[in-house]
Design a protein around this ligand. Structure first.
Ligand code: ARG
Length: 253
């Protein structure tokens, strides 16, 4: 009870701008993101945040006439506490639109069609395939905490005998795949193609996609920033900039 009260108080103290007027007043749009998820959000060799989501967020800030401030947050804290508390004005982090999440935060229009897939070590001799009947028995499958990958694993893989290992950090899960400590990590499809580009010969997708999903930009419930973000998205699509961003970050060359 006491702890809940302290939490409530600290939340209300840090609650900040979440409306167009407030963002314009302070002159910055604070983006929350978990930057371990290339090509959507990651740190470049120079330490700067970059990726498809970062560029989209930058365009939203530009249209609002404010600066973008990128605040790195672990995915489990980002979705949804950082948003609901108002500590960030918006979140872009390859976040899948789901009906459960839409009850507590507001989503923009979908901006990217993605899928959940198995990421395994390249040349992994273990036979993976989907759907399985018994192939999951005794296998340890990694997921990132609070992600749709975790939900899919609990729904589909656990009942088939898999043990689910939960990581706060996506990169830690990848390290365990590489070291052979887990059979596979569930991740979003474009992360695999990106890994293959940056770290050739180390990772591959196994089996077919587990679930198709759409990403949305995330805001505090009913914020008018949703409409602003949708306007920017429509502008990017109409001008061809959206396609340029796809080519820059995601489309395989
Ligand atoms: N698309 C998945 C979800 O919304 C995973 C997102 C993970 N993003 C990240 N930056 N680590 O749950």
């Amino acid at each position: 009870m006491k702890r809940a009260l302290v939490l409530l108080l600290s939340l209300s103290v840090v609650a900040q701008a979440t409306s167009v007027a407030e963002v314009k007043k302070k002159g910055v749009l604070v983006l929350g993101t978990d930057p371990t998820f290339a090509p959507f959000e990651f740190r470049g060799a120079d330490g700067q945040f970059q990726g498809f989501d970062i560029d989209i967020a930058r365009a939203v800030a530009k249209d609002l006439g404010v600066k973008l401030e990128v605040r790195p947050v672990g995915f489990g804290a980002l979705m949804p506490q950082s948003v609901t508390s108002g500590r960030v004005d918006m979140a872009l982090s390859a976040i899948t639109i789901t009906p459960e999440r839409a009850k507590i935060v507001s989503f923009s229009a979908p901006y990217y069609r993605s899928a959940q897939v198995f990421i395994v070590k390249s040349g992994n001799p273990q036979k993976f395939g989907w759907p399985w009947n018994s192939g999951m028995k005794g296998k340890v499958i990694g997921v990132q905490a609070n992600t749709t990958g975790q939900y899919v694993a609990n729904d589909l893989l656990k009942p088939r005998g898999a043990t689910i290992k939960v990581y706060d950090d996506f990169a830690a899960g990848l390290a365990d795949v590489r070291a052979g400590r887990i059979a596979a990590l569930i991740g979003d499809a474009p992360t695999v193609t990106d890994l293959q580009k940056r770290l050739p010969g180390q990772f591959q997708q196994a089996g077919s996609d587990l679930a198709a999903e759409d990403y949305g930009m995330v805001f505090r419930k009913n914020s008018d920033l949703v409409a602003a973000a949708n306007k920017t998205l429509a502008r990017l699509k109409a001008s061809g900039e959206y396609q340029n961003l796809l080519n820059k970050w995601i489309v395989q060359k």
